[in-house]
Ligand binder design. Sequence first.
Ligand code: MN
Length: 228
Amino acid sequence: MALKKYKAKRDFSRTAEPKGGKPLPKQVRGACRFAIQKHAASRLHYDFRLQMEGVLKSWALPKGLPWQQGEKHLAVEVEDHPLEYETFEGVSPEGQYGGGTVMVWDRGAYYVYGEQPLKSLREGKLHLVLAGEKAKGEWTLVRIRGRDGEKNQWLILKTGGSAKPPSKKAEDQSVKTGRTMKQIAEERDAEWESNRKDKNPSARSTFKTRIKAALKKKDEDQSESEDG
Ligand code: MN
């Protein structure tokens, strides 16, 4: 029932976003994972998602993560998303809820200090360590009382020292495919996949091949930079 709101907001005959309820992909089974998606909706923001209670607990960060020790940014709690949303990248149709380009901006494992994560979540304070590809270090999520008493307002604070913000290039680069927001928007693959899946299987495999090539290139780039 945790995904009731998520499902109510979407027309799955029109969006390629996951419906939820599918068996988990191997890479997310048995681990505590987080993901950050860059989302060019009516306003550009970042969706911060923590795997918890069999769903992705989610916050919209209008200004992304803070990087300087003591800096804090608004984090608006939004509806739980299905676990498989973690890997969603593409374009969800305009006019649909949350329509716009989505990039897998960062992902990795996370840990919660001290008490049990769920207890901390309910108490409104999560002291986190992120081990992502871009975000590495400590952050703290704290629930605050909104101006009109809203209960979905949180702050995300940089704690435990400053962290290195991503380079200008990494800021606009998917950790899943290496693509920029512009490239994702131009290729429109997620939308395209839902509309044309069965009509053009060869184009589909071409897309897969391109993605594989992009991933291979990324691995090569990484080993090059490790060598250098
Ligand atoms: Mn969003």
